[in-house]
Design a protein around this ligand. Sequence first.
Ligand code: GTP
Ligand code: MG
Length: 335
Amino acid sequence: RNFKRQTECRIDISRLNAPFLSIYDSLIPPEEEKGKQKQLLTLLEKLVSKEWPEARLFLYGSCANSFGVSKSDIDVCLATEDPDVNKSDVLLKLADILQSDNLQNVQALTRARVPIVKLMDPVTGISCDICINNVLAVVNTRLLRDYANIDVRLRQLAFIVKHWAKSRGVNETYQGTLSSYAYVLMCIHFLQQRKPAILPCLQGMERTYVVKVDNIECAYFDQVEKLSGFGSRNRESIAQLVWAFFNYWAYCHDYTNDVISVRTGSILSKRVKDWTRRIGNDRHLICIEDPFETSHDLGRVVDKYSIKVLREEFERAAEIMQHDPNPCVKLFEPY
Ligand code: GTP
Ligand code: MG
């Protein structure tokens, strides 16, 4: 596979900056969407506090990590006072409450891997998933948002990669491809690895934010306003980075041996993590370590069929970036 590997981009890539930036701009949600999300959250808080006065609601996922495109659903976490409540009971009760308040399409999915209630708010038109006590997700949302505030190229790259993944049908965990969360981690890791680095490794720095969640200590440097010039020694443009990102995943990543790790800002070996063989449904064919739940491989959903689909898509994207006269159109063509 490696025969196609390009060590440098020989085409004139700078002409692609403007079109990539205009795709990025078109995906940014307008300010008014934030307002509507707040409005829905306020309504939910009011309804929840009647039944569970001590409970708190947190936004997580793409509506709070700054990697959300326009018209995304919002993800809400209901944190109860008792961390060991029966989630199904809470969800069924919650579904009742929501339904009586005229929220639409209310559905409790109590058997899902992450049990949730789904709903649609007819006033704002926003759809929402509510989970119970998934506090780790709230904390990793915060980590992603903090990374996004260090260098704007992360948000630009991640929007383009997510847009590509959605257009090409490789952003579907139930079909064995990767979650948006996994793609954002891939982008962060990639920018940590550039020379000079565009992003630091926040978990390897002084611990200014520390919380313990589900017995996992989550700690990192969160005073990111002090890091705003961090990536400025690296002058790579968004078009160069998109080219290099796909080139890396198409031809340079060692799928047999390597694990990418945002936590350490480096590559780890599968052997050290004991991720070399299939255990249960975890096959570890592409390995992305969760920054806090370090035993958790975000690539676990990928199977022997979907790894092929995924790698062919990376190669297609790399080829388009290298040879196509109009990559900004071809890259995002529906599959
Ligand atoms: P879009 O909805 O596609 O815009 O992206 P999103 O950022 O909301 O991502 P996604 O729906 O994939 O996941 C929602 C959040 O769940 C993530 O931002 C993480 O905070 C959290 N999460 C934690 N572990 C996992 C995991 O294993 N898979 C997924 N999908 N999400 C996880
Ligand atoms: Mg989401």
